[in-house]
Design a protein around this ligand. Sequence first.
Ligand SMILES: Cc1ncc(COP(=O)(O)O)c(C=O)c1O
Length: 384
Amino acid sequence: MKDSSWIRAMFEEGEKLKKQYGDTDIFDFTLGNPITEPPKALKEELIRIVSSDVRGMHRYMTNSGYEEVREQIAGFHRAKTKLDFTRDHVVMTVGSAGGLNVVLKSILDPADEIIVPRPYFVEFRFYIENHGGVMKLVDTRDNFHLDIEKIEKAITSKTKAIIINSPNNPTGVVYREEELRELSRLLNEKRKKGQRIYIVADEAYRKIIYDGISFPNLFKLYDETIIVTSHSKDLALPGERIGYITISPLIKNAQSLIDATIFSNRILGFINAPAIMQKLVGKFQGNSVDIMDYQKKRDTIYSILLDSGLEVVKPMGAFYIFPKSPVKDDVKFVRTLQKHHILAVPGVGFGKQGYFRLAYCVELDVIERSRQYFQEAGKALHKS
Ligand SMILES: Cc1ncc(COP(=O)(O)O)c(C=O)c1O
């Protein structure tokens, strides 16, 4: 339990500091819990749904979720890919976290391996181990993009899948089409030799992308793809726990995988995703919160970090930034930041020492006011 989450640990320590110095004088970048409100149209639709006197709205349903909602989502994927998605390829889940657990439960046999590029979202380890799997970490390049050679070396006869999280938590990197094509080539070679390796894509942040860059569609790049996503971030609904799994119609024996995910949704105790939230999100597949608002925050934190003399890769999406710690010991540097009222999470919490993560899904004003404190922390470091 002690090692379960650096994010939580830092958040808790921050709460103590807030009591000491007051909320406004502490700059808390620990949690990826957006302060952004859901779109107005979504709130209005929610009111319409809950005020409706249609009977049966709160009853059990099929474990995969409401048919009309899954059909809306399938239509969204058909339009994007021109592939034959039907509602059967969609399973509504309790967020991405629920979706990932359902997928892993469905595909893993004991001691199967799942490749995870490092740095990584720390919960992946627990989700994999929940279902008897073994996580195999593979370092990314210095710019946090995929290192296909290292991935190739990490593949064994036990490899069942690779988790691709793009836009990435904690780095903000969005993988380019070319590197995903290379990955697809590698996995297709393995497939020709008789080993099927799934791509399990965690796309919780897929609509939060900056500078107009295009987001490669994995369904078009690799047949054995399962995408898990949610509306926690793009529609700012993390507390409502709504997400879904989409299984490629090109997956060999797709139906047995679909059946396994529906069964796993049931026996993991989720039963089905929250009913009212399902009804709500079907119509909002093409919508999101204001991405320009996040982009402005990205630009502001990035310029503050550069001006403070820190080395950092500019995020392309999500709402995290992962600068290099100016001293080797990232935990020590996070403590220095704490002394200057800035709360961050050390890279070790994401399997990558020598870095630290800031979640900039806070008010722009908080980011702007933190400038002076970052600079003071930088100066203190030079003096010591
Ligand atoms: C990479 C990643 N995957 C999954 C999740 C879980 O999100 P959800 O609220 O959809 O379960 C998060 C939440 O922060 C995340 O950062």
